[in-house]
Structures are given as structure tokens and as C-alpha cells.
Design a protein around this ligand. Structure first.
Ligand SMILES: Nc1ncnc2c1ncn2[C@@H]1O[C@H](COP(=O)(O)OP(=O)(O)OP(=O)(O)O)[C@@H](O)[C@H]1O
Ligand SMILES: [Mg+2]
Length: 363
């Protein structure tokens, strides 16, 4: 399967800049997710790739095939782009059978009757709906309807699959199940895919790479783990999981580390603090699950602070503890047996230096 290259993509609607200078390389056979809040331009980007929206500027290629180029005035119509698309709403035709719904892309491409029959049956097997072809499309569960939409997107052997919030209409447990199934299918077919979601958990679990969008711009791009552990700014850090932010000043900078002065005291960070100056006010970002609580003085003397438990609660699989260190409030997540503390208890908070990420104060 070919990869996809998006260069300098812009799309404006009147005075709304829905997509701002988006550039993205998607390796062949990989799944890249566009992650961001409502209105950040995910669907518009996807529709530009599909050819359903005319970009204002930029270039889009699928493999060596340039499907859109503003400079060369090239704009391939959607049906020539060989793309399969799944919409958030499924867009299944209720008056048709499952078979006819899936057959549609082949019919408009004037496939023979036999090719349609073979194609639809193969697609039904791919999404594990064998034998359901003659059912009216509405006599299906939400998860089954989602599979019909997927089968219809795949039936004409597209070279690229676009998925716009395909699971958001399903309930939580089915969503989780379909997420696993979708990833397994994408890997098996080795089909290059662009996936759109506002759900960070979904993005983390399904993607080879994640592009975080904010107001039409890519603000972070990387593998899920990196985006999560090493957020590049406050927006990304807040959007992917909860994060503690401790306002700090950079006291000194080393090659691979820096020392921060904050309201809780001096913090050693193994963050390079690239692009920041000594004396600059920054945020030290640290995830709740990367903090440690001790009831006795730990062996490490670095980044340990006296704290008081303000609130401890059991949240099923894990516990949450909120502590105060001076005037700062800090949230810790962990296994219940490691966080067995009561309100008001004096504890010692440890911030592992390699988990303290330095990011810009304003973003
Ligand atoms: N046809 C249109 N005409 C005018 N404005 C539009 C049009 N389509 C999208 N927009 C605007 O462009 C911006 C991006 O919209 P888009 O649908 O791409 O967001 P999204 O990230 O998919 O959001 P959601 O998560 O809610 O689906 C929004 O401000 C939206 O109002
Ligand atoms: Mg959308």
C-alpha cells in the first residue's frame, strides 16, 4: 500500500482557518491518528485528502500520485483517488440490504455482477459478517452497522482508508472491542490509514503515530508513547491524560538536564529544556502515575518533598491521591496498595527526574 504525503495544507471557510499549514507524512501500511478537540479541523483535513473538500492551498500525494496540488492546479476527483472512507454517522442506507449497501462502491465503478458478488462476500468475511448479506441494514446492532460501513469502505480495495470517529456512536464496551478489531484488521490488510478521534485513549491504543491538532494546526506529532510521556506544550499535556503543572524558573542548564526553582522547592529535571533560557519561567509537567509517595524517608535525596494528603480515593483499578506541598496541589495515581494513605497524613512526595518535562508556560 502506498504512503501519504500532505504538504502545507490550508483550508479556509470565509474567515475561519479550519486547517492551517498542515504537513504530515504517513508511512505505507501505517495508521496515523488526527487527535484534537471539537472544531480543530480533523474532519476538514480528512475531507481534503478524500477530495470531498477543495483545499485553499497545499499538496496531497498518495504514493507517487499527486491527487491535489494548488500550485499545479491539480485536483483529482474523489472517485479516482481509490480511497475508502468510514464516517462517524456510518451513512448506511436504511432502505437497502447489507449486501446492497456494501456493493454500492463497486456498482458505481460498473463492476460485473460476479465481481460484485465476490467482492461483497469477501468484504463480509473480512469484517466477520458472513451470511448477513440479505438482512435489511437497519436490522443490525450498532457494532454490526459499523462493520457494514467498514466493509463498504474496503470493498473496492482502496489504497488508503480514512476513518472519521468511526466508534463514537458505540457504547463503551463495544467501542473497546471494535477498537481492537479495527487495529487487527488494519494490520492484517496492511492498509495505510488516517484515523480521526477526539478520544485520547483510542488514539494511544490504535495508532502508529499521533498528530495532535489545535485550532487547525498540528501542535505535536510522534509515537503515542512519546506524545504521552514527553508532551511538547501545555495543550498537548492537558489533552493526553491528566498532568500536574508546577510553575518553575530555570536556574541552570546542563547538556541533558536542568535545575528548576519552584514553589515546592528545587527540582532536578532530566529534560534538555531545549529552546529555553536560564532564568525563564516555565512549567514542569509530570503525569500523576509517574510520581511516588513514601511514608518513610526514601533513599533518594533528590526531588523529595514533604507533603500532606488532602484527599485519597479508590477508583477501581487504581487509586488517586491529592497532596499539598506548600501552596501547590499535586495529583498522584497508582496501584491501591502503593497509595494506602489517609487524609491528613504526612507523606514524602518523589518526582523522578526523568519524568519531569519542561514545557512553555503559555500555550
Ligand atoms: N462547510 C463549512 N463551512 C464553514 N465552516 C466550516 C465548514 N466545515 C467546517 N467548518 C469549520 O471549520 C472548523 C473545523 O471543523 P471540522 O469539522 O474539521 O472540525 P473537527 O475537528 O472535525 O470537529 P468535531 O470533533 O466536532 O467533528 C470549525 O470551526 C468548523 O465550524
Ligand atoms: Mg469532525
Amino acid at each position: 500500500m502506498p504512503g501519504v504525503s500532505i504538504k502545507g495544507l490550508n483550508k479556509t471557510f470565509g474567515d475561519v482557518n479550519a486547517v492551517k499549514d498542515v504537513s504530515l507524512e504517513i508511512k505505507d501500511g501505517s495508521l496515523v491518528t488526527l487527535l484534537g478537540p471539537s472544531g480543530c479541523g480533523k474532519t476538514t483535513t480528512l475531507r481534503c485528502v478524500a477530495g470531498l473538500e477543495d483545499p485553499t492551498e497545499g499538496e496531497i500525494s498518495i504514493g507517487d500520485d499527486v491527487v491535489y496540488a494548488s500550485a499545479a492546479k491539480k485536483n483529482m476527483p474523489p472517485e479516482k483517488r481509490q480511497i475508502g472512507m468510514v464516517f462517524q454517522s456510518y451513512a448506511i442506507w436504511p432502505h437497502m440490504t447489507v449486501f446492497d449497501n456494501i456493493a454500492f462502491p463497486l456498482k458505481i465503478r460498473h463492476a460485473t455482477k460476479q465481481a460484485i458478488k465476490d467482492g461483497v462476500n469477501r468484504a463480509l468475511t473480512t469484517v466477520r459478517l458472513e451470511g448477513l448479506g440479505s438482512r435489511p441494514a437497519t436490522d443490525l446492532s450498532g457494532g454490526q452497522q459499523q462493520r457494514v460501513a467498514l466493509a463498504r469502505a474496503l470493498v473496492h480495495d482502496p489504497r488508503l482508508l480514512l476513518l472519521d470517529e468511526p466508534l463514537s456512536n458505540l457504547d463503551a464496551s463495544l467501542r473497546e472491542h471494535m477498537r481492537v478489531e479495527l487495529k487487527e484488521l488494519q494490520k492484517r490488510l496492511k492498509i495505510t490509514s488516517i484515523y480521526v478521534t477526539h478520544d485520547q485513549l483510542e488514539a494511544m491504543s490504535i495508532s502508529d503515530a499521533v498528530a495532535v491538532l489545535d485550532k487547525g494546526e498540528i501542535v505535536s506529532l510522534g509515537q503515542p508513547r512519546d506524545i504521552y510521556d514527553r508532551p511538547t506544550n501545555k495543550f498537548v499535556a492537558s489533552f493526553v491524560g491528566r498532568t500536574n503543572f508546577i510553575e518553575s524558573k530555570i536556574v541552570s542548564k546542563g547538556k541533558d538536564n536542568c535545575k528548576l526553582d519552584s514553589k515546592i522547592g528545587l527540582i532536578d529535571s532530566q529534560s534538555k529544556a531545549e529552546g529555553f533560557k536560564q532564568g525563564e519561567t516555565v512549567l514542569c509537567a509530570i503525569k500523576p502515575e509517574n510520581l511516588h509517595l513514601h511514608t518513610k524517608q526514601p533513599s533518594s535525596k533528590t526531588n523529595v518533598f514533604d507533603a500532606t494528603v488532602e484527599y485519597a480515593s479508590f477508583l477501581g483499578g487504581y487509586s488517586e491521591v491529592i497532596v499539598s506541598v506548600g501552596s501547590e496541589t499535586i495529583r498522584i495515581h497508582g496501584k491501591s496498595e502503593d497509595l494506602n494513605v489517609e487524609n491528613g497524613k504526612k507523606v514524602i512526595l518523589e518526582l523522578p527526574a526523568h519524568q519531569c518535562v519542561v514545557i512553555k508556560k503559555s500555550s
